[in-house]
Design a protein around this ligand. Sequence first.
Ligand code: SAH
Length: 273
Amino acid sequence: MKMIPDLETLLPAVASGKVGKISLVGAGPGAADLLTLRALRVLQAADVIYFDRLIDPDVLELANPKAAQVFVGKDVGACAWPQEVINQMIVEAAKAGQHVVRLKSGDPSVFGRADEERAAAAEAGVPCEVIPGITAASAAAAVLGQSLTSRGESDRVIFATGTCRDGDEAPDVAALLRPGTTVALYMATRMSGALQAQLMGAGFRQDMPVEVVASASKPNEAVLRSTLAKLSEDMQERGISHPAIIFLRSPKHADADQRCIDANSLITGQTEH
Ligand code: SAH
């Protein structure tokens, strides 16, 4: 694995005088076979790959063996490289004629800071594309065996973060949890205690089910089925930590589905009264 682009790779591109491009690629939740074919194709065409901490080595193994791989170490609340430096590095490499892959976990458009990188590319006149990936909430729902939406029970799903920018207000999860809603909380393992206090303070039942899926699709995948009152305690006991999705659900009124027309009556053209 080459850690920095070397002259041998850079010079022909610079000499050609052509601007390269930036691909913001979603690597999916971890397992290499959850990459899209388009992501794979782009990884195999890359000259240089800047990747985050959550990217599995198996995914990098599928990349062009000649591509330089640069670990930028971005993670919740910690960041080996400041975002501005990443922006600058990817733009400079593309301006030097390279096909730059910025490989991000999950989907680049979900808590992925893709907009900042896209804006830096636009400002420098470098072409930039986004290749979507499977976001962690989708992978976690599959592991749990429970859909993000469920007909008659949950007709909206909200992706929310538990960790905002320094100085920003913590998310008001209680306000998001209206009846008929599934909330998938990203970057929230460290705020489980605050979450419990907030929701119980807002009148949510102590025995409300809360599920946590950690490292979905990775070898150390783990599922926790807990309750609001015991969430932090259970997470600690089971050693459930980052990266994880915390699922909170507020089901719709149980008889909501009864208002729908029976599917059989649609086929026969008859409606029962
Ligand atoms: N763009 C990513 C999210 C990046 S933010 C996506 O679309 O999935 C990082 C957060 O994503 C983590 O704190 C965690 O909440 C979640 N996450 C990423 N990979 C995960 C995985 N394999 N299992 C569970 N949660 C994961």
